[in-house]
Design a protein around this ligand. Structure first.
Ligand code: PRX
Length: 634
């Protein structure tokens, strides 16, 4: 793939070109690096006000032709996936490009036989096992739209996603291993599917060997079907703008948003960014520790690496099992060259004894990366000193489910890094900072709302089934621009630092959580009258959740500890354990404006323990409540 950036002057040269003539820039990259059945008639067509964006119009392709088939000539026996199981005593698996191609074909045949055809949705609820990657590729190969649901979500969360996209099939497993625990994934799916009328079949992968109930006709063991399936499959020819996948992300209000990514633009953008941001070279062993259930896994465990013919590690386990050196052990074992993880993981491993990281030979590493949340100064230095040994550039990559791929990041060995800064936009990306009055903030040493001016190939095209919501969420706050929902500052040389969300989304351990859906699930508790959630800084998780809860007046004395447990149990059941609250304070009222809006700004300050300045409270309906909440802060 010939789209590298060699040094800083080259970066500036390419960046300038990409902004001056984005069409020409992406046309050349797309033309020279991929297999197309048919070329595009127009590079890009867009209307940012209406949120209509099309890239590589009328081109015909299939992403799997570029991920798999094209590598068979030169890399058939090269390892595509190294699968590292949860338990280190179980052998790792090396899956070659040929095997991955054949397994994908078999799986595509299985799906086709079950009646799945182009455009149908398939939900995937699997642990980090090879079948997860194979299922996604099989969908892409046959033109079905995959929607991977993170296997930590509850039955209720699964049900709402499956119903939103109207999936015909769910692929799951008999269970998953997580450290020394196992989770009954099939049981969760059984509960969810009861309320999912569109689901015809549940395909079950054998992983844990636990007993599961197989509902006749509906449930099928995958291996029974793949054993008999042919290893040949005729690839579906897709249009550039045909859906590739739906991936749900939290909204600040309402149900999760099914972000839709389409075939051509996503392919070009993930391949290009993977190659440049990770300084990828042919014999590298690349490892991203994210779960494939998140966008990071889609773009930088699966598609980006495979498009470049790379070897990508899929890790089933957790960083602390069997010991807190598992990451370092895996890097040493597989001689990993690029390591990509989240600040939460770095902070939690930095708290462990130094011996864990010191005892491993990490000299194979060349580039180390961070994603998902701001990386604080201390974590940045710990990572730089102890993992990268000051010789591996840290790529602090800023992007989102919606952007499809990395947007702002240092290019290793090109962009000088700066702790806590994502630094410079990648070619083709035009960040702008906007003030409250929708005016662009020019110059350096400024901060504001981060927007992007021009479309890039990887941007999500819509929210599944709700284009109006897509338009309103991303394109109306700052008309004509894509609004990220993040705040950022630009330093004296033009480097960007992401300061965090400016909306009601809270990032906890790198997971996006909307306040409204959590409040909705707390309010389901019969004793609860009203609630409000805010985030507060947490040493390891970045942010933790603080809930203020008003109980119904019943005259009865309730056990507060039990109530706290019940509320967290409800959240676990409706969303998943990632959304549990760290602190729950029972209050008699919430600070509200005269129009009834909760003043979260005040609650946030109380949760943080910052009582210095609550700002103007005179507009509150009930100013006296502020002192009460403050005095009883947990
Ligand atoms: O707030 C930003 C934060 O994560 C949000 C996107 O979350 P999600 O869609 O789940 O995608 C995460 C993985 C790409 C952003 O709006 N975020 C992501 N990367 C960074 C970050 N915040 C600061 N620095 C980053 N490098």
């Amino acid at each position: 793939m010939n789209y590298t950036i060699s040094d800083l002057p080259d970066y500036f040269k390419q960046y300038k070109k990409s902004i001056k003539n984005p069409k020409k820039f992406w046309d050349k990259i797309a033309d020279e690096n991929f297999i197309w059945y048919q070329r595009w008639t127009k590079v890009v067509d867009f209307d940012m006000e209406e949120a209509n964006i099309k890239w590589f119009k009328n081109a015909k392709l299939n992403i799997t032709k570029n991920c798999l088939d094209r590598h068979l000539a030169e890399r058939a026996e090269k390892t595509a996936i190294i699968w590292e199981p949860n338990n280190p005593d179980e052998n790792a698996r090396h899956i070659s490009y040929r095997e991955l191609y054949e397994e994908t074909n078999k799986m595509a045949n299985v799906l086709a036989e079950l009646g799945v055809s182009k455009g149908d949705r398939v939900c995937i609820y699997l642990p980090m096992i090879p079948e997860l990657a194979i299922s996604m590729l099989a969908c892409a190969k046959m033109g079905a739209v995959h929607s991977v649901i993170f296997a930590g979500f509850s039955a209720t969360a699964v049900e709402s996603r499956v119903n939103d996209c109207g999936a015909k099939i769910i692929i799951t497993s008999d269970g998953s291993f997580r450290g020394n625990k196992s989770v009954d994934l099939k049981g969760i799916i059984d509960e969810a599917v009861e309320k999912c009328p569109t689901v015809k079949n549940v395909l079950v992968v054998k992983r844990t060997g636990s007993e599961v109930v197989m509902k006749p006709e509906r449930d099928l063991w995958l291996s029974d079907l793949t054993e008999k399936a042919s290893a040949n499959f005729i690839t579906k020819i897709m249009d550039a703008e045909d859906p590739l996948f739906i991936l749900y992300t939290s909204g600040s209000t309402g149900k999760p948003k099914g972000m839709l990514h389409t075939c051509a633009g996503y392919m070009v953008y993930t391949a290009y960014t993977f190659k440049n941001v990770f300084n990828y070279k042919e014999n590298d062993i690349y490892w991203c520790t994210a779960d494939i259930g998140w966008i990071t896994g889609h773009s930088y465990i699966l598609y980006g690496p495979l498009l470049n013919g790379a070897t990508t590690v899929i890790f089933e386990g957790i960083p602390t099992y069997p010991e807190p050196d598992r990451f370092w052990e895996v890097i040493e074992k597989h001689k990993v060259t690029q390591f990509y993880t989240a600040p939460t993981a770095i902070r939690s491993l930095a708290k462990e004894s130094h011996e864990w990281v010191e005892k491993h030979d990490l000299s194979s590493l060349r580039v180390i990366g961070s994603v998902g949340e701001p990386i604080n100064d201390e974590a940045w230095h710990w990572y730089n000193d102890n993992v990268g040994h000051k010789k591996c550039p840290i790529v602090d990559t800023w992007w989102q489910t919606e952007t499809g791929g990395i947007m702002i990041s240092p290019i290793p060995f090109v962009t000088p890094t700066k702790p806590t800064y994502a630094t410079l936009p990648l070619p083709g990306i035009q960040p702008v900072l906007m003030d409250e009055n929708r005016i662009e903030i020019m110059g350096n040493q400024v901060d504001g709302n981060l927007c992007i001016r021009f479309p890039w190939p990887g941007i999500a095209r819509t929210i599944w089934g709700d284009h109006q919501r897509y338009k309103e969420t991303y394109f109306t706050t700052f008309p004509g621009k894509y609004f990220t929902g993040d705040g950022a500052l630009r330093d004296e040389v033009g480097y960007y630092r992401i300061t965090g969300r400016v909306d009601d989304i809270i990032i906890v351990s790198g997971h996006n959580l909307g306040t409204a859906p959590i409040e909705d699930s707390i309010n389901l508790h019969p004793a609860v009258a009203e609630s409000a959630i805010v985030g507060y800084p947490h040493d390891i998780k970045g942010n933790a959740l603080y809930g203020f809860v008003i109980l119904k007046e019943t005259g009865e004395e309730r056990n507060k500890e039990n109530l706290r447990k019940e509320i967290n149990q409800l959240i676990t059941e409706t969303i998943g354990p990632i959304a549990k609250l760290d602190k729950i304070q029972f209050v008699s009222g919430l600070p509200k404006t005269r129009s009834g809006k909760i003043m979260r700004r005040i609650l946030r300050k109380i949760a943080e323990g910052d009582f210095s300045n609550f700002g103007d409270t005179s507009t509150l309906l009930n100013p006296e409540i502020v002192d009460e909440i403050k005095d009883e802060r947990l």
